[in-house]
Design a protein around this ligand. Structure first.
Ligand code: NAI
Length: 339
């Protein structure tokens, strides 16, 4: 059995990290067939839209994609490729596991948390208006249906993975209707999961506790903008953006991508850490194993995970996490540890 998967190399460091990851996946025997499609500036350069219909159709067809970061050009009326992709394909749950890795320095140990972010509404709905010159507004949207499905996702995820607690970050003291709805619905959904603890925190206090004692957190549930910001904060707790993977999941489709962006400051220099995209690919293989019952995917995922753990354990790292390897050098180190 092999699985067709859409590969979007992306922009900036995207093509570099994607090439490294594809090589590792191949050497690990991952049963995948790539269908390469473009998005972002790379798609514009080919004369298309930033999110071409062929790319969307390919993901609708395969159901699964691995995506490098895409640059959204500033100005010029371009909407974010990433926001558009998630909304168009209804990838409503962003899941970002954050944990310490052996050999990666961090101010804290014992971190093993998961950020579950609502991916389709909130302030990222893109409803902005100029009321009059000098006065602009942005509409924050919350719907019962979207709040309910992301809460359900978070509690089901916690239950399936033997996690103990879901902590909701909110600002319902100020945004009484929108965050109030998010909070109330999370409480209602929790009634179906009595074995899991529900904790609620106003987000400012929650962020303080995150940087004081992150190991106390388990599953974090929040709306779109908060999840975007808190994901990067959490990445910083375990070594940075180079080591945190992510998945955008809907009921029928899934797009796996790192939390980081296209890093134009280091693009083309061989400095990018491919680990975050590699870890996202491992999540993708486990997703394929779960949804299609393919044990070969689970085995390839396990092989890659022990490969990068072993490489990191003996100090083989890229510069962003204190090592001296370039992108390809780290890929070779992982490949050298595949059993
Ligand atoms: P960024 O995540 O690209 O970079 C922030 C900092 O982290 C930079 O100093 C960069 O060099 C470093 N960094 C990021 N990934 C790294 C890696 N794998 N290895 C080593 N260092 C790494 O965030 P920034 O600069 O705010 O955004 C740049 C572009 O990326 C923007 O156009 C933004 O819209 C886009 N972006 C795309 C995302 C996606 O496609 N999912 C997510 C976030 C941003």
């Amino acid at each position: 059995m092999s699985h067709e998967v859409v590969l979007i190399p992306g922009d900036g460091i995207g093509p570099e990290v994607s090439a490294a990851v594809c090589e590792i996946l191949e050497k690990a025997g991952a049963p995948l067939r790539w269908i390469e499609r473009q998005a972002g500036v790379a798609a514009l350069a080919q004369g298309g839209d930033t999110l071409p219909v062929e790319t969307l159709d390919a993901i609708r067809c395969t159901g699964v994609a691995l995506k490098g970061p895409c640059t959204t050009p500033v100005g010029g009326g371009f909407t974010s490729v990433n926001v558009a992709l998630r909304k168009t394909l209804d990838l409503y749950a962003a899941v970002r596991p954050v944990r310490n890795l052996a050999g990666v320095a961090s101010r804290f140990q014992g971190i093993d948390l998961v950020v579950v972010r609502e991916n389709t509404e909130g302030l990222y709905s893109g409803v902005e208006n100029e009321i009059t010159p000098g006065v602009v507004t942005s509409l924050k949207v919350a719907t019962d249906a979207a709040c309910r499905r992301i809460a359900l996702y978070a509690f089901r995820y916690a239950k399936a993975r033997d996690r103990r607690r879901v902590t909701v970050f909110h600002k319902a003291n100020i945004m009484k209707l929108t965050d109030g709805l998010f909070l109330r619905v999370a409480g209602e959904v929790h009634e179906e999961f009595p074995e899991i603890e529900l904790e609620t925190m106003i987000i400012d206090a929650g962020c303080m506790r995150l940087v004081q004692d992150p190991s106390r957190f388990d599953v974090l549930l929040m709306e779109n903008l908060y999840g975007d910001v808190v994901s990067d904060l959490c990445a910083g707790l375990v070594g940075g953006l180079g080591v945190v993977p992510g998945a955008n999941l809907g009921d029928e489709r899934a797009v796996f991508e790192a939390v980081h962006g296209s890093a134009p400051d280091i693009a083309g220099k061989g400095l990018a850490n491919p680990l975050a995209l590699l870890m996202s690919a491992v999540m993708m293989l486990n997703h394929l194993a779960e949804t299609r019952g393919d044990e070969a995917c689970r085995q390839a995922a396990a092989r890659i995970r022990s490969g990068y753990d072993a490489a990191l354990g003996e100090g083989r790292r890229t510069r962003d996490i204190g090592g001296d390897l370039d992108t390809a050098g780290f890929a070779r180190a992982v490949i050298g540890h595949l059993s």
